[in-house]
Design a protein around this ligand. Sequence first.
Ligand code: G16
Length: 558
Amino acid sequence: MNDNQRSILLESSSRFPPPPGVKLSYGTSGFRADASVLQSTVFRVGILAALRSLKTQSVIGLMITASHNKVSDNGVKIADPSGGMLSQDWEPFADALADAPDSQRLLQLVDDFVKKENILLEGAQSAEILLGRDTRPSGESLLEAAKQGINSIAGAVAVDMGVLTTPQLHWMVRARNKSMKATELEYFEQLSNSFRCLIDLIPQGSAVNKINDKLIVDGANGVGGEKLELLNKILNGLDIEIRNSGKQGVLNEGVGADYVQKEKVVPCKFGPADVGIRCASLDGDADRLVYFSVLSNANNKIDLVDGDKILSLFALFIEEQLNTLNKCDRDTENKCYWPTLGVVQTAYANGASTDYLKHSGLEVVFTKTGVKYLHEKAAEYDIGIYFEANGHGTILFSEGFLHWLDGRNSELASTSKGSEQQKAALRLLAVSKLINQAVGDALSGLLLVEAILQHMGWSIHRWNDLYHDLPSRQLKVKVVDRTAIVTENAETVVVSPPGIQEAIDAETAKYPRGRCFVRPSGTEDVVRVYAEAATQEAADNLANSVAQLMDQFLGGGT
Ligand code: G16
């Protein structure tokens, strides 16, 4: 690092001193905390983003969001050149940078790291970072801190893309690195064109082939509702009513996918008048999606159609298309190609969903919570479908499979244009364009659900009847230090502190079909408890007693 670069870094970082006593780590999805303590962290992540761009010689993304967290929180995360999450190799550097106590230590860390990673810092190379933020009031000033971090590295340029959903920013980073245009308009056009393509391919006489069937969407009072309003204008045909679009009401408070999925009650502005109508909920930055229908006479209760059921719907549709595509006659037998197809879940997946998927003949694998883990696993297949129960997920298609599919489609277009086989190829190609290849995306997921329901001729109730969830309960427990909990086996077993797992096992054994696990959240200062059992009462009791165990073993926090 030359003297000029040193003095720029020293001067700029002295304007962003870390708040005393705050130690943050790059958790499940970047740094998250109360927005008031984040200026220094975000400035430093700006530096990291610039270094990442220099290292990869690619466009990098930096998103200011705390997604499902409360409005007073905020956060920052990096999108890698593929549009996916920051490479996990760089997370320790992110942690060290965020925790450096002063400018000198920060300088030392950067110096050591650029040497280790062979990053040229003398301005010979250029770096470009796309910045986005959600609608949180703290977003603007944090984005400014990120810009200053980026600008303190020679040759790095920050491009402010404005208020975006998190998946839009990931999509744009991916598109830019594939030399495609990457504006919001292109994003909307890709989604609406591929959605239209799927609708045009719906078999004649599908039982419910009506595009005007109404859908009501809860926008979590966040950026998703706003963007869906824009997208809806060019969708032409889908009857979508958007509520909680952020004009009034507080972000994620009594609204949004996290609230609906955890509490299993209607969000604000929904009620008895909506009984029977298909409803969906986005989270604060629109990277999660769940569906629900309001139950009649049930005191705000809902039938939840969660990420597991979205996954099941997608998997059914993909399998159907693959079966049709590979229905070979004698001439084309050698053209059959069975891509590897895998489904990725976490321990939060309802046991009934896993049974259903396995009985359908699908390969199901588990990872730790966090899109970064699920995405990585799904990318090992030609077609990898991943979803967390909370509604975060997508379908990944390998380049190799898409290349084959393109070729097969061209061939079919010349030999049997308009055949069922060709339509299946076209549908799969349309899905690969509609569904976000960078990260889970509530808007593109919603359009795919809508297209598949119309294709199948299914109502939300028919979809929900694919299988019946085992009753479950999820709780948050405040403890003195959640990081004391260490887990293994995709977070299903606590290995430390000693004795906790045995105590959980003893409780779980009391309940028929009981299953329970605990893990420290990577986005909130809580321990999460998940319990499943044969009845709702039993699931509630199991969750409550394990929550008490957390108190006993770890001490209640404030
Ligand atoms: C983020 C992650 C998800 C994770 C969720 C909760 O979602 O992207 O993979 O499931 O946090 O994580 P934890 O249980 O560790 O707090 P979001 O929508 O908040 O970005």
